[in-house]
Design a protein around this ligand. Structure first.
Ligand SMILES: *[C@@H]1O[C@H](CO)[C@@H](O)[C@H](O)[C@H]1NC(C)=O
Ligand SMILES: *[C@@H]1O[C@H](CO)[C@@H](O)[C@H](O)[C@H]1NC(C)=O
Ligand SMILES: *[C@@H]1O[C@H](CO)[C@@H](O)[C@H](O)[C@H]1NC(C)=O
Ligand SMILES: *[C@@H]1O[C@H](CO)[C@@H](O)[C@H](O)[C@H]1NC(C)=O
Ligand SMILES: *[C@@H]1O[C@H](CO)[C@@H](O)[C@H](O)[C@H]1NC(C)=O
Ligand SMILES: *[C@@H]1O[C@H](CO)[C@@H](O)[C@H](O)[C@H]1NC(C)=O
Ligand SMILES: *[C@@H]1O[C@H](CO)[C@@H](O)[C@H](O)[C@H]1NC(C)=O
Ligand SMILES: *[C@@H]1O[C@H](CO)[C@@H](O)[C@H](O)[C@H]1NC(C)=O
Ligand SMILES: *[C@@H]1O[C@H](CO)[C@@H](O)[C@H](O)[C@H]1NC(C)=O
Ligand SMILES: *[C@@H]1O[C@H](CO)[C@@H](O)[C@H](O)[C@H]1NC(C)=O
Ligand SMILES: *[C@@H]1O[C@H](CO)[C@@H](O)[C@H](O)[C@H]1NC(C)=O
Ligand SMILES: *[C@@H]1O[C@H](CO)[C@@H](O)[C@H](O)[C@H]1NC(C)=O
Length: 488
């Protein structure tokens, strides 16, 4: 009764205005997991539930036939692979989170829809009540993020690592390191089973907080838990936030935020392909680590809208970019021109549900959370990295695939994707395979049909074997191969 009323009230303002959402790009954090300090980290049942609920919420927002903000033409019940593009790094927690989310977004269709009759008359019903198989592409960077204490190392970007390391030389850092020494040492009895005392300092603020946070959620018997007062827990979290923000973003040194720049490139490329493809690609979803949120928040000046954006986002947080037009008459033959398109940014801290929906925030220090597509594109392009060449140049990497751009005769992004296939022939090193993975992701984002077919070929693969099978699929496998090496 209450929730029905609530849903009605929430739905009202959205249904009044005549507008059509033609495409969405989403970036999503994983659900609750075990601590980074105890590798390998796993998605917990709680985390599975969180991402599943988030998928259910976004189903009711974008996918369902009665959805509040239905994406124009998006298939409601049976997934159409060409309309949706899902990716996550080669990381078990993130891959599994993406899978759990998709189960909520496109639930099993039931045995009636998932039944076919063969030529010889035999009737076949798909397993698991018509569970839908949706391929998840592997992004090049971020491999094993959830097992890494030092997230910038998963960016693979030389100059970003240097930049983040500079944080450890800043006065912000050194003064906190010394002023919090006693605070951390006082917590030793709580964590001494896991960490040595020289590890427990502000230098490892996130990993220490992460261990305690996981214990606070899962463990009924924490060592010396009387030391963990609300105030201490708050301070641990706040210090971790400061530490991670310092590593993810610096106003006068954009390179630190390479993860956010790459994400910006992916967002613009995806939504641009939605426009140029007249709405063919409709829903891009990427799972990733919290540091990418922070880098992006910094670049997009979200702290100007709310200073809370300087903190680590909760598990299963999501941000979405909705591309819409103020008209309810849209089809591929009557697709709006870029002058009639707008972008709206929304964020939800933690699992989005009917009872707690994402909130709009203005980007780029503006006051309006709706922005025209051309403004959005030009603001994003100021920092977006969308080609391998840009990546190599900014990161200062000159070997492997980046060697192609080390001399002046460069050929741009189209050259980059053809190189990925020719490079495949001659023994690829791990580092190079990372870059090839980057180009594969880019190609997927650009909606190359051939690549979609390649990935769609993987859709009969069940969860545990996703990585090994994608490893067999030509260049796409390079990324997972690299990940297995770095995980080892
Ligand atoms: C994660 O799961 C693996 C088995 O799949 C197990 O060996 C490992 O200990 C688990 N990690 C934690 C922190 O529980
Ligand atoms: C029909 O074909 C399927 C698949 O080839 C096979 O498993 C099944 O035994 C066949 N049924 C009959 C009655 O021949
Ligand atoms: C880029 O350079 C850094 C530092 O030299 C290195 O750690 C990283 O593996 C390189 N990445 C690639 C993809 O070559
Ligand atoms: C941000 O970058 C500037 C210029 O490189 C540097 O002086 C400053 O210390 C950096 N701040 C932090 C917190 O890293
Ligand atoms: C951790 O500290 C507690 C309290 O000081 C002590 O009783 C315990 O033996 C210590 N455990 C280890 C593994 O050092
Ligand atoms: C608490 O102490 C026990 C025994 O020393 C250890 O096994 C456990 O990991 C400790 N808990 C934490 C959170 O460090
Ligand atoms: C819970 O905490 C106790 C004491 O710190 C520790 O011995 C135990 O291993 C922890 N359990 C889990 C599941 O982490
Ligand atoms: C600590 O916070 C929790 C919830 O945030 C609250 O239930 C509890 O009463 C607080 N404890 C103290 C001692 O303030
Ligand atoms: C958008 O797509 C068109 C056609 O593919 C391309 O020419 C243009 O460069 C793209 N713009 C951006 C910003 O990606
Ligand atoms: C998200 O929630 C955490 C506390 O759970 C808070 O520290 C952070 O500032 C919040 N972020 C935003 C953007 O609201
Ligand atoms: C959320 O609200 C929608 C209607 O807007 C409803 O169809 C859906 O069942 C609700 N989901 C949950 C989990 O209550
Ligand atoms: C925000 O921008 C949109 C699109 O330009 C415009 O329609 C709307 O009136 C603006 N809202 C406010 C409060 O300025």
């Amino acid at each position: 009764m209450y929730s029905a009323l609530n849903a009605l009230v929430l739905a009202l303002p959205l249904t009044v205005s005549a507008e059509t959402v033609v495409g969405v790009y989403m970036y999503h954090r994983h659900g609750d997991r075990t601590p980074k300090a105890l590798k390998p980290a796993n998605l917990t049942d709680l985390g599975y539930q969180q991402v599943y609920q988030s998928g259910e919420y976004y189903r009711s927002r974008y996918v369902d036939s009665s959805a509040d903000v239905k994406i124009n033409g998006l298939s409601s019940n049976i997934v159409k692979q060409s309309q949706i593009d899902v990716s996550a790094p080669s990381d078990d927690v993130l891959q599994n989170s993406a899978m759990g989310f998709l189960q909520g977004l496109y639930p099993p269709v039931g045995s009636t829809s998932a039944t076919e009759t063969l030529r010889n008359g035999t009737t076949i019903t798909a397993p698991l009540n018509g569970y839908q198989l949706i391929p998840i592409g592997s992004t090049s960077t971020g491999a094993s993020s959830e097992d890494s204490a030092w997230l910038q190392s998963t960016s693979d970007c030389g100059n970003s690592e240097v930049s983040s390391n500079n944080y450890f030389a800043s006065s912000d850092y050194t003064s906190l390191l010394s002023s919090t020494e006693d605070f951390y040492q006082d917590l030793m009895p709580v964590v001494n089973g896991t960490f040595d005392s020289d590890y427990v300092t502000f230098k490892n603020a996130y990993v220490v907080w992460d261990l305690v946070n996981v214990a606070e959620i899962h463990n009924s018997s924490i060592n010396s838990s009387d030391l963990l007062t609300n105030e201490t827990l708050f301070q641990l979290r706040t210090l971790a936030d400061k530490h991670e923000w310092g590593l993810a973003y610096n106003e006068s040194d954009d390179l630190r935020a390479m993860a956010g720049m790459q994400l910006a490139g992916q967002i613009v490329s995806y939504l641009n392909s939605t426009i140029t493809g007249k709405g063919a690609g409709k829903f891009g979803v990427q799972f990733g680590a919290y540091a990418t949120f922070m880098s992006f928040f910094g670049l997009a000046q979200l702290p100007a809208a709310n200073s809370d954006f300087r903190a680590v986002v909760d598990y299963a947080s999501s941000m979405v970019f909705e591309l819409f037009t103020p008209s309810d008459d849209v089809s591929s033959s009557n697709f709006p021109g870029s002058d009639d398109l707008y972008v709206r940014f929304l964020f939800h801290n933690g699992t989005a549900t009917n009872a707690s929906e994402p909130v709009e925030y203005p980007l780029f220090g503006r006051s309006n959370s709706t922005i025209s597509w051309s403004d959005f594109q030009s603001e994003m392009t100021k920092f977006a990295v969308s080609t391998t060449e840009q990546w190599c140049t900014k990161c200062g990497n000159t070997t492997g695939t980046c060697a192609a751009y080390a001399d002046s005769s460069s050929s741009g992004s189209s050259g980059a994707s053809s190189k990925s296939s020719s490079g495949g022939g001659s023994g690829i090193s791990t580092a190079v395979s990372g870059v090839i993975g980057a180009m594969v992701t880019l190609a997927v984002v650009l909606g190359l049909e051939a690549l979609i077919m390649l990935v769609a070929g993987l859709r009969l693969v069940r969860k545990p074997s996703t990585k090994s099978v994608s490893g067999g699929a030509g260049a796409a496998g390079a990324a997972s191969e690299g990940a297995e090496k770095s995980a080892a």
